[in-house]
Design a protein around this ligand. Structure first.
Ligand code: TYD
Ligand code: MG
Length: 451
């Protein structure tokens, strides 16, 4: 037996109260020592003899397309044969649904898929598959929790892709600990990795994420796999974001936007429109900004409500934007504009449940708060883009032209943006650009524009 950190996978011969690697308290749990090299020939290496780079036949860049555009894009163009992919997310967010839909796309093109579910009975899985309209002839479903049995099926069926739903319900015989424990997950992960790399089967593993945002138990699995995808979104909204946290075959910036419907997850071709769909035009405290997520611009509505606080300590509540950042922006409004906020509660919300960390949304937060304080609506046909500095200055943002183009596409007539960005926007069409140097300038611009 040895002790392994639940969070980072650190190994120790004795128990420690605090993990020396990640600093987490009480995270070391007992786990069996992995059987390394029990009979050296039993597990041959997967790499073969060393070769010169020039001798390597370039592996063809063939990717298997899932026929779901958003899914493929986040994967970096599709599933790479022989890759090892981890799909994480909260329970009930739609992991099984998305993976099943994607695999159907593969099966329809003749790629054999084995989908092994350890979470649901064959009846439940079959019902879900029918509800999702899965009809690929090469789609095999098995409800199994023993990895050894699953690998027997793989050997018999020779699939192109193997899906394990979920790693927490899968176990290997011969490993003493229970399914979902670190020992099991590590052993199963290592075995699946071997299958992926030596047999060329793409392996997709589904894993639940703990409240802290870690794949439950072992971070070790994250280090092992080629690609880590997370499905995010909150359960009270219909949309889901698919994000790559790690990708050896593509960019980690891409996001895919989906909507949960009665027949599974549907791609959202125009996310900006969706995030703005419930906007009340001309409401005080509402300003549209633009954030770039990955390579795509997203227009989002920033809402603010400022109201006199009844209790001693005024509240600052931020949903979807960083709280510290909000505190800073409010301080800028107090000191540089002279707006008194010390005795008011301030609530700021990015509508639709999106979380934005980009500073390019700063100016829209500032203008939304100012608009709520004055109880006067901002120009509903304007979008606002810019980072706000401590001096109240408005700083340029990256990829301004793409943001402005997205706004123009959705019918916005005016754009208030950092003066530093104006030069790069010479050829913007169908939209009036107004450059601003500081927050006062921006407040002035929005006043004159809405008149
Ligand atoms: P699921 O894929 O089972 O989640 P996970 O595997 O991440 O635990 O999705 C579960 C949720 O999705 C459940 O609350 C029901 C909902 N859902 C739909 O709204 N429509 C559908 O077509 C399906 C299959 C699920
Ligand atoms: Mg599931």
């Amino acid at each position: 037996m040895q002790f392994v950190c639940r969070e980072c996978g650190y190994e120790s011969a004795r128990w420690l109260g605090r993990c020396p690697q990640c600093g987490m308290w009480n995270a070391l749990v007992e786990a069996p020592v992995p059987q390394r090299d029990s009979g050296a020939a039993a597990r041959p290496g997967i790499g073969g003899v060393p070769k010169r780079l020039s001798e390597f036949a370039p592996t063809s860049d063939a990717r298997l397309s899932t026929a779901i555009g958003e899914f493929d894009r986040v994967l970096g163009g599709g599933v790479v044969p022989g890759s090892f992919i981890l799909v994480g997310g909260d329970p009930g967010i739609g992991k099984s649904t998305l993976v099943m839909q994607g695999m159907d796309g593969l099966a329809r093109q003749g790629v054999r898929v084995v989908y092994s579910s350890g979470e649901e009975s064959p009846g439940q899985t079959g019902m879900r598959a029918r509800r999702l309209g899965i009809s690929g002839d090469e789609f095999y479903i098995v409800c199994e929790t023993s990895l050894d049995a699953i690998l027997d099926h793989v050997a018999a069926l020779q699939p192109g892709v193997l899906v394990i739903d979920s790693i927490q319900t899968t176990h290997r015989t011969g490993v003493a600990s229970s399914p979902g424990s670190i020992g099991q997950v590590r052993e199963c992960g290592a075995e699946l990795m071997r299958v992926a790399k030596s047999d060329g089967v793409a392996v997709i593993v589904i894993g639940h994420v703990t409240k802290e945002g870690l794949v439950a138990g072992p971070r070790t699995l994250e280090h092992m796999v080629d690609t880590v995808l997370y499905i995010e979104g909150d359960r009270y909204h219909q949309y889901r974001l698919l994000r790559a946290a790690k990708n050896r075959f593509g960019s980690t910036n891409e996001i895919g936007v989906f909507e949960m419907s009665g027949a599974g997850l549907q791609e959202v071709p125009n996310p900006s429109q969706m995030f703005l769909s419930e906007r009340v035009r001309g409401a005080p405290g509402s300003v549209v900004g633009c954030a770039i997520e990955g390579t795509r611009p997203l227009l989002v509505e920033t809402q603010a409500l400022v109201s006199p606080s009844c209790y001693g300590v005024p509240q600052r509540v931020a949903t979807g934007v960083d709280r510290q950042r909000l505190a800073m922006l409010l301080a800028v409004l107090e000191r540089r504009v002279g707006m008194r906020l010390g005795d008011s509660d301030v609530f700021v919300n990015v509508a639709g449940g999106l979380r934005v960390t980009e500073p390019a949304l700063d100016l829209s937060v500032v203008l939304a708060v100012a608009s709520s304080v004055k109880n006067a609506a901002c120009d509903p046909d304007a979008i606002v883009v810019g980072e706000v500095g401590l001096g109240g200055e408005v700083r340029g943002v990256s990829q301004a032209a793409r943001r402005v183009a997205e706004a123009a596409k959705l019918g916005f007539a005016r754009c208030i943006i950092a003066a530093a960005n104006v030069k790069s926007l010479d050829d913007a069409e169908n939209i009036t650009i107004r450059g601003v140097r500081d927050v006062i300038d921006a407040l002035d611009a929005i006043d004159t524009l809405s008149r």
